[in-house]
Design a protein around this ligand. Structure first.
Ligand SMILES: NC(=O)c1ccc[n+]([C@@H]2O[C@H](COP(=O)([O-])OP(=O)(O)OC[C@H]3O[C@@H](n4cnc5c(N)ncnc54)[C@H](O)[C@@H]3O)[C@@H](O)[C@H]2O)c1
Ligand SMILES: [Zn+2]
Length: 349
């Protein structure tokens, strides 16, 4: 903790001269004016999906542009609309953009900032738990095409991220759970046991883990794969359930599965595999395969996973920690899937 008007934890994303702070705690949004002053921006475009009174004072002349959270508006059309608004406002490349919203908003505004005048500084104010622990940190920005999610994007690191935990007070329970899916998988990729900690500490630890991975592999050329723990099956579950299962829920079930698969391959022992189930259940997350998810179809979709350059590919725990494991036999994966519990997917636990 550092002493200030708003008690908060600071995590640094270390990237040389592009390093930036992620501040976590109640009221940290009010640090915005200091950050904008530090950037030397004369004007700010605030792109927000939340009510106007959620926006802190940026301390310089600003315009508030309305955004909508959700995958439908995470599009090139929105990027173009935002950039046109920036021009009308007279935003220059030495000014700044601020995003305030869920992960869909931080992604689309991040890409608009990356492209406008070939890049203007952006500060994220993530308002969902998932955006605070994951989407707003690390500099990946993207939008969707009708052909698929996140197909067009850029690496563009923010200048700062303010994870104001006050924002989470209005977040629906399903969205809280969605964020916990990402927090739960941190248990197995180096964050240690975060169960029972106050939410701000869980967020800070998850951000610190992501920050360390991003510092070591900014452009996703290897190590950054560990962040995809639980995601091979998780993504497939989102797809086969037509996105009725939230991303974090898919990741939670995928994390349990990663434990079973690592056990089947002799990479971890029974106790470590059981820990996967225990941790996921402990966060109140779903741990069973949806009763209507066909294993054959899941395997088919997992073959198309973007990590899968060499057959069925998973991030799995092992003696040397989590690593990418490729070329798994279909039978091994099918057997591990058959060993999973089954449940009604929409009877959330
Ligand atoms: N760039 C990255 O590295 C990265 C990493 C993970 C996820 N993502 C992206 O993040 C997106 C998912 O983010 P998300 O889960 O935040 O989705 P989202 O932006 O759709 O927000 C989820 C829901 O929560 C609501 N919401 C957000 N904040 C709220 C608040 N404070 N009070 C009440 N309701 C609130 C939203 O309106 C929405 O209905 C996906 O598009 C994913 O691709 C990006
Ligand atoms: Zn994820």
């Amino acid at each position: 903790m550092t002493a200030s008007a708003h008690p908060h934890t600071r995590v640094m994303v270390e990237l040389g001269d592009r390093s930036y702070p992620v501040d976590i705690g109640p009221g940290v949004r009010h640090a915005l004016s200091g950050i904008i002053a530090g950037l030397g921006a004369q004007r700010v475009a605030m792109v927000s999906a939340r009510p106007d009174d959620w926006l802190p004072d940026p301390g310089v002349p600003s315009v508030v542009l309305r955004a909508r959270d959700g995958e439908a508006d995470k599009s090139l059309a929105t990027v173009e609309e935002l950039c046109r608004e920036f021009v009308r406002f007279g935003l220059t490349r030495s000014d700044a953009v601020v995003s305030c919203g869920g992960g869909t908003t931080t992604d689309v505004v991040g890409l608009a900032a990356a492209l406008y005048h070939r890049g203007v500084p952006v500060v994220h104010l993530p308002t969902s738990l998932l955006a605070q622990v994951d989407a707003s940190v690390g500099g990946k920005t993207a939008v969707n095409l009708p052909e698929g999610k996140n197909l067009v994007g850029a690496f563009w690191q923010p200048s700062a991220v303010l994870c104001d935990t006050d924002y989470l007070q209005t977040l629906p329970a399903t969205e809280i759970l969605n964020g916990y899916g990402e927090i739960a998988r941190c248990h197995f990729i180096g964050a240690g046991d975060l169960r029972g900690l106050p939410p701000a500490e869980q967020i800070a630890a998850s951000v610190a883990l992501k920050a360390s991975v991003v510092s070591a592999d900014e452009r996703d050329s290897g190590l950054r794969h560990v962040l995809n723990y639980g995601h091979t099956l998780g993504h497939a579950l989102e797809i086969v359930t037509d996105f009725r299962l939230r991303h974090g829920e898919g990741v939670a079930i995928g994390t349990v599965f990663a434990g079973r698969l690592a056990l089947a391959l002799g990479r971890i022992d029974e106790a470590r595999a059981a820990e996967h189930l225990e941790v996921v259940r402990g966060y109140g997350l779903p741990f069973a395969l949806p009763a209507d998810a066909d294993p054959g179809r899941l395997i088919e979709v997992m073959r198309l996973d973007k990590k899968a350059t060499d057959g069925l590919t998973f991030v799995l725990d092992g003696p040397g920690g989590p690593e990418l494991v490729s070329g798994l036999a279909e039978e091994t994966v099918a057997t591990a899937l058959a060993g999973m519990d089954r449940a009604d997917p929409y009877n959330r636990l």
